[in-house]
Design a protein around this ligand. Structure first.
Ligand SMILES: *[C@@H]1O[C@H](CO)[C@@H](O)[C@H](O)[C@H]1NC(C)=O
Length: 221
């Protein structure tokens, strides 16, 4: 029997190899791996660099890896299922997850501050990200969207709704308020400010300009 030919030390080693083999030795990672079949075994074999994680040097520069490790020198732990979302396999079956990911395989996504207003936490380009409904934006979907814009210092307080500062009204805070109307065809252009036709002047365009001023203004004489 082969065990006998190897001598006492060798048989122990072979027993160790057999023990290691009893677990499934299939590597499912893309990383390069050591050989799976230890039976072509050279007791004088040298491996440089040496086999890591208790791997056994079975032929020159060929490591036989213990269960849970793989790579040319058994340098990589292997995790199955593989670590998701950029997680790193730290020890056999133990993934280290990047921020925003958790669970045994880093398969769970967590947006730390949550996603508001119906937003959903998803992995996007390797980051946990809130995907917002169209009427909300911001990293937590906390900001309402007003497609019409809020002008003159107004702020968007709910989807499509602007809160306007004093003196402004309208869906986009685009209409100025003049508490007294602008007369004679004048227009209220900002709060309490009328722009008068050339023929009139005064805070509310209530005064008629003289003929001279009128012509001067219109024709540039
Ligand atoms: C393994 O390497 C040693 C020295 O590096 C060499 O003497 C030996 O012949 C090699 N064994 C085989 C099987 O190639």
């Amino acid at each position: 029997m082969q065990l006998v030919r190897l001598g006492p030390g060798g048989s122990l080693l072979l027993l160790a190899l057999l023990a290691a083999l009893t677990g499934p030795c299939v590597s499912r990672s893309d990383a390069p791996r050591g050989v799976a079949n230890p039976f072509v075994f050279d007791p004088k074999a040298k491996c440089e660099p040496s086999c890591k994680h208790s791997g056994i040097c079975i032929r020159n520069n060929t490591c036989f890896c213990m269960r849970g490790y793989e790579g040319e020198t058994c340098q990589y732990a292997n995790c199955f299922p593989k670590c998701k979302n950029g997680g790193q396999c730290l020890r056999p079956g133990k993934c280290g997850c990047p921020a925003g990911f958790g669970g045994k395989y880093c398969h769970k996504v967590t947006c730390e501050e949550g996603c508001w207003n119906g937003g959903e936490c998803k992995a996007l380009h390797g980051k946990a990200t809130c995907l917002c409904l169209s009427s909300w934006t911001g990293n937590k979907c906390q900001e309402a969207v007003c497609p019409q814009g809020c002008r003159n210092g107004g702020s968007c307080v709910a989807p499509g709704i602007c809160s306007c500062p004093d003196g402004w009204v309208g869906g986009a805070c685009h209409t100025a308020v003049c508490s007294q109307p602008c007369l004679s065809g004048g227009k209220c252009i900002s709060p309490e400010k009328c722009r008068c036709r050339p023929s009139h002047e005064g805070p509310h365009c209530e005064k008629k300009r003289s003929q001279y001023h009128y012509l001067y203004k219109v024709k540039g004489y």
